[in-house]
Write a protein that binds this ligand. Structure first.
Ligand SMILES: Cc1cc2nc3c(=O)[nH]c(=O)nc-3n(C[C@H](O)[C@H](O)[C@H](O)COP(=O)(O)OP(=O)(O)OC[C@H]3O[C@@H](n4cnc5c(N)ncnc54)[C@H](O)[C@@H]3O)c2cc1C
Length: 402
């Protein structure tokens, strides 16, 4: 099996690299932008970075490099999964952060392509591709995360509109978004998965309030979102009223695929260089840690290739995405811990990536499904263990004790 580029892919990589070198800011250059919040960054500074990210997405679109795998009728190139990944790999070598577009590009757009009406596709897809519409995911609630279908935010029909009341939480980049993808309960008289609807909601709607959540990294990428009689036009329901669970599966599968397809997140070479720089590369315990880190990163690389292969063959992502997600969390924790030990007390003052990785690995583990949920998937889908018992099966939502 050859995991290298084919001659066509190598030519595509060279073309992408040339274009990026001519157009993208280098890592660490004054034009580079990284949206992961850092301590002390003001809202204004964050909005400025978000503006740079929007400009970059617009530049990609005008250069013909945005949304490569979208069908040409939606402005894409109909590129293969391999080509899309090659472009992302090349782009990651530059001073660019695309995390703000995750909900628009990896969640809202694929969901629209599957479930949207022609009018909805017309309204949203092109502006998303050009970076003009940033989205936030408004799914989780204080009492509904792993058990998302237990959510309580209500949407009640009133003429041509729905009136929404409730609270969402952990909404990444919602303070920078123009639109939200919202899951709300439209029918509490049926079992919990059956009475949900999926909406597009404008983030500047009257009655919608955001409160930032500051994390231990010092940044505040997350928000709580409160709905107080927010009115949403009925035409902004995606995929039909009370059909939101099926629609949300498209969003969640696509999110999982995006997370699962991420390249190995830690460059072990950088860790080796740090050990050498600190004169610790001969230390027995350090050498053991470096070897373990390298082995994990190789396992992640090959698992990533399985995910890419499944994607390129149009197959569903299997439980390997769960294994990848679990292993990536462990890899982030262990490598950043090794780096912090190498840095010693200096590590606490270090404002580069290691300390941020150290404190943010918890978030990586939880977002997109906790370790326990991933292990449940592995237990059920790989090991064939009995499914978890569900006491709420078939019971109307309003009769559940929540
Ligand atoms: C980095 C990050 C980004 C996020 N971005 C968004 C976003 O943009 N929009 C959004 O809507 N949400 C977002 N979330 C929220 C995320 O989806 C939830 O945090 C996640 O689904 C877990 O839900 P919870 O926090 O309510 O924990 P809970 O579901 O309450 O879980 C609490 C604990 O119980 C365990 N547990 C729960 N159920 C089971 C079970 N069946 N078996 C065994 N153990 C179980 C969990 O593993 C966990 O340890 C984000 C979270 C993070 C960390």
């Amino acid at each position: 099996m050859d995991f290298g580029d084919t001659p066509e892919e190598a030519a595509f990589r060279a073309e992408a690299r040339d274009w990026l070198e001519a157009n993208a800011p280098a890592k660490g250059s004054p034009e580079a932008f990284d949206l992961m919040s850092s301590p002390g960054r003001s809202t204004e500074q964050e909005k400025e970075l978000a503006g740079q990210a929007r400009n970059w997405q617009a530049k990609l679109a005008s250069g013909g490099w945005a949304c490569l795998d979208w069908p040409p009728e939606y402005g894409g190139r109909g590129a293969s999964t391999a080509e899309t990944i090659i472009f992302e790999q090349e782009q990651s070598r530059f001073g660019i952060s695309m995390s703000m577009f995750m909900a628009a590009l990896e969640m809202a757009a694929p969901t629209l392509m599957t479930w949207g009406t022609d009018e909805q596709k017309q309204q949203f897809l092109n502006p998303i591709r050009r970076g003009e519409m940033v989205f936030a995911q408004l799914f989780s609630e204080p009492n509904a995360g792993s058990d998302l279908a237990g959510l309580q935010t209500r949407a009640v029909k009133d003429g041509d509109e729905f009136v929404v009341n409730g609270q969402k939480v952990w909404n990444s980049y919602a303070h920078l978004a123009d639109w939200g993808i919202l899951l709300a309960r439209t029918n509490p008289g049926v079992p919990k998965h059956q009475g949900l609807s999926y909406f597009f909601v404008k983030m500047d709607s009257e009655g919608l309030e955001l409160r930032p959540l500051r994390q231990m990294t010092g940044g505040a990428e997350f928000n709580e979102t409160f709905f107080d009689n927010v009115r949403i036009p009925a035409e902004n329901v995606v995929g039909g009223v009370d059909n939101g669970w099926a629609v949300a599966q498209t969003t969640l599968n696509s999110e999982r695929a995006a997370v699962g397809a991420q390249a190995s997140v830690v460059d072990v070479r950088a860790l080796v260089e740090l050990a050498e720089e600190k004169g610790q590369a001969g230390d027995l315990a350090v050498r053991q840690a470096l070897a373990r880190a390298w082995m994990r990163s190789e396992v992640l690389r090959y698992l990533g290739m399985r995910v890419y292969t499944a994607l390129s063959q149009g197959a569903e992502i299997g439980p390997e995405a769960s294994i990848m997600k679990l292993l990536t969390g462990d890899h982030l924790r262990d490598t950043s811990q090794t780096a912090m030990e190498l840095l010693g007390p200096e590590g606490m003052l270090d404002d580069d990536a290691w300390v941020t990785r150290m404190v943010s690995h918890f978030a990586h583990k939880i977002g997109g499904g906790t370790p326990e949920i991933q292990r449940n998937v592995i237990g059920e889908r790989i090991l064939g263990l009995a499914r978890e018992p569900r006491a709420d099966r078939g019971i109307p939502f309003r009769e559940l004790k929540v």
